[in-house]
Design a protein around this ligand. Structure first.
Ligand code: ASP
Length: 316
């Protein structure tokens, strides 16, 4: 297969919102190639040799940060990780000061995660390099949606026409927002399922169907995407108790009785077993695609790094 060297029209990857259907397909096709590379014993390329990638994480992360680190290293970049506990923010530096300081070190790519929605976009306005949003508040997590789409496309052969039920804490979820935008753009039918406190009716404005009853929402679904109960973003109580939440909204085999028989179960992680998902369902190798999602994550991030550094590598 000849490598796809077409330029990518965007300087940053801040959200799915800015991407066209063609942009999404371009990144997914590119990522498909990286999945194959990652399965080989020799995984290293020199595509990004000489380029510097800084992973700047103001919020904790396991999967996303490691995945971006591996992605950058496999493409040959120098990768530096900065987490909030070691950063000057603790000493009172503003986000813009941090951006300008890092900018002066001439990085080529900044991967940023922040607890505030819009913070990554603000930072992007003050630096010369490419910025990738690694998750900002409740707003967007574009690489998660891309890796979810790649997982679905590889397991089901398509996205168009599938019924995808996204369930749980939709109110606080940037993963849900990015997925709703991407999946509807690619022609999937999206249903949102959750308690009224975590899924206000206003979500219907996204062109999705809203359900408060799990079995109704899961009926005939091809994909069930579970979301974590994001207690760290809650002020006050949104559910009576986690036990009651599991009873009504936890994914169990009983809830799955109404889906398509070949349903695929997904979760972006980190998972709360026994709260939003039963451990046995999560570990069911026939139904769960949770570890596939992790694998696809590295490939998708390689594709994003590749695409966003193309102009720079061409000397533009
Ligand atoms: N890891 C995902 C995120 O950063 C999902 C989650 O935290 O529940 O948004």
């Amino acid at each position: 297969m000849r490598p796809d060297t077409r330029p990518f029209a965007h300087r940053h990857l801040l959200g799915i919102e800015q991407l066209s259907r063609e942009d999404v397909l371009f990144l997914l096709d590119l990522a498909d190639g990286y999945v194959e590379l990652n399965r080989r014993p020799e995984k290293k390329l020199s595509l990004l040799r000489g380029l510097t990638q800084i992973n700047l994480f103001f919020e904790s992360s396991t999967r996303t940060r490691t995945s971006f680190e591996l992605a950058g290293k496999r493409l040959g970049a120098d990768v530096v990780n900065m987490s909030v506990s070691t950063s000057a923010i603790r000493k009172g530096e503003t986000l813009i000061d941090t951006a300008m300081t890092l900018n002066a070190m001439h990085p080529d790519v900044l991967v940023v995660r922040h607890a505030d929605s819009g913070a990554v976009e603000l930072l992007a306005r003050h630096v010369r390099c490419a910025v990738i949003n690694g998750g900002d508040g409740r707003h967007e997590h574009p690489t998660q949606a891309l890796l979810d789409a790649l997982t679905i496309r590889r397991r089901k052969g398509r996205i168009e026409g599938l019924t995808v039920a996204i369930c749980g804490d939709l109110l606080h979820s940037r993963v849900a927002r990015s997925n709703i935008l991407l999946l509807t753009r690619l022609g999937a039918r999206v249903r949102l399922v959750g308690p009224p406190t975590l899924l206000p009716r206003t979500f219907a404005a996204y062109g999705v169907e809203v359900y408060h009853d799990m079995r109704e929402g899961l009926r005939d679904a091809d994909i069930v995407m579970m979301l974590r109960l994001q207690t760290e973003r809650m002020r006050g109580s949104f559910v009576p108790s986690t036990r009651e939440y599991f009873h009504f909204y936890g994914l169990t085999y009983r809830q799955l009785e109404v889906t398509k028989p070949d349903v695929l179960v997904m979760h972006p992680g980190p998972m709360n077993r026994g709260i939003e998902i039963d451990g046995v369902v999560a570990d069911d190798i026939h139904r769960s695609a949770i570890l596939d999602q992790v694998e696809m994550g590295v490939a998708v991030r390689m594709a994003c790094l590749d695409a966003l550094t193309r102009a720079r590598r061409a000397g533009a």
